[in-house]
Design a protein around this ligand. Structure first.
Ligand code: ZN
Length: 399
């Protein structure tokens, strides 16, 4: 069993750990000075940390802090097939919960921190009825946790843009008031006009100099048609490396030759693909990666009106991706780990991410023998550090 570390002496943001293991199999120490990595993998003497595997902070690239029911009593999942129907059910469920969005969202942030998340991208619902209310609450959560977690907020038109008149102006305001990205949603199915929907989304990205992250559930040839429209606009607006498409189920539904074509297109246009590891129609992440596409995995809905599943652990999501796509060798498991760390950091454009001297000391210690084991069986014991300070642990400290 990995030893309990003496946290009181590690609270200053400057300390040395020795005897750690790293994801590449090497053993060594870790020196942190003023919240920054000063040395990694050397033989410096410090607090004995044998039995702990040191990993870069995990990246939760897609979550909905304003949707989760966490903290409220268990909510039975209500069936509802169409997206529009689910949006209605969600509003109803949200009104019946005893807790505020701030309470539930903060609960999810705490859970993510305990699992080792150091970076998060959350979508926030904006429509004519909600206005900027959810955005303001989540921005407040971001302020509250700023010393423990770096958070990006996506202004997300959950009810469509054209289908919910006034939403385009609200998105515009959210971007002016601190949203980091502009979102989009099923341009054909929700707004019935993919070209107009995407023109509004990319127009706002251009106006505010922001990145783009679009929910695209639409399948088959329609989904691929929309991916091409998105690539056209990523190229036209010079947004290579700044656009993510979340879900892209269509990539899991088309012939291999077509995956080759559209995959090549996504790579060239610099459009990343994010999957929440659905039970069917998951994009073939290894094939897309080989084509040069940035592929990412994340939780998406956690215990909300859309899904009763999830616990705020992206290692769990990496495990599911590895299981689902038979990434079961050590190399395969390491690739699955990249989906929630290095690849995710590229999609989120995190500067100075990872275990390297000079980077911010954002890391997680997990009780596992190797990186492959940490993905195959996500560890129950973890300690999370942000800028060289311990911010959370699993199981939660009892005090
Ligand atoms: Zn989502």
């Amino acid at each position: 069993m990995a030893p309990q570390l003496d946290w009181s002496s590690l609270a200053s943001g400057s300390f040395t750990l020795s005897g750690l293991r790293f994801g590449d199999g090497q053993e060594g120490g870790l020196k942190v000075e003023n919240g920054t990595f000063a040395a990694i993998g050397g033989d410096e003497a410090g607090h004995a940390a044998q039995g702990w595997l040191c990993l870069p902070a995990l990246v939760e690239s897609h979550v909905h802090l304003d949707k989760t029911f966490l903290g409220a009593p268990w909510q039975p999942h209500l069936p509802g097939s169409a997206v529009a129907e689910r949006i209605k059910l969600e509003k109803l469920a949200q009104q019946q919960l005893g807790l505020t969005i701030e309470e539930r969202g903060a609960r999810l942030v705490e859970q993510e921190l305990r699992h080792g998340t150091g970076f998060m991208r959350t979508h926030v619902d904006i429509d004519a009825e909600i206005g900027l209310r959810h955005f303001e609450v989540v921005a407040e959560i971001r302020r509250r946790y700023a010393d423990r977690l770096d958070m990006q907020i996506v202004a997300f038109p959950q009810s469509g843009i054209l289908a919910s008149p006034g939403t385009a102006e609200l998105l515009d305001r959210a971007l002016a008031e601190g949203a980091n990205l502009i979102g989009g949603l099923d341009p054909a199915g929700i707004d019935n006009d993919p070209v107009e929907h995407l023109d509004i989304v990319f127009g706002l990205a251009e106006k505010h100099g922001k990145d783009v992250d679009i929910h695209l559930h639409e399948g088959g040839p329609l989904g691929v048609f929309e991916l091409d429209l998105i690539c056209d606009r990523a190229e036209k607006f010079g947004l290579a490396g700044k656009v993510t498409v979340s879900h892209a189920y269509c990539l899991g539904q088309i012939a291999p030759e077509e995956v080759q074509r559209i995959g090549g297109r996504l790579a060239t246009a610099g459009v990343a693909i994010l999957t929440a590891v659905p039970p069917t129609s998951m994009p073939p992440v290894a094939v897309l990666h080989a084509l040069g596409v940035t592929v990412v995995a994340a939780s998406d809905n956690i215990r909300d009106a859309w899904a009763p599943f999830g616990n705020g652990d992206v290692l769990n999501r990496a495990q599911m991706a590895a299981y689902q796509q038979t990434l079961d060798t050590d190399d395969g498991l390491a690739f699955a780990f990249d989906l929630v760390t290095h690849n995710a950091a590229r999609a989120l454009r995190l500067d100075g991410y990872g275990l390297a001297p000079g980077n911010s000391a954002d890391f997680v210690l997990v009780e596992a023998e190797t990186l492959a084991e940490a993905v195959a069986a996500p560890p129950a014991r973890r300690v999370t550090f942000k800028r060289g300070r311990k911010v959370a642990e699993l199981p939660a400290a009892s005090n």
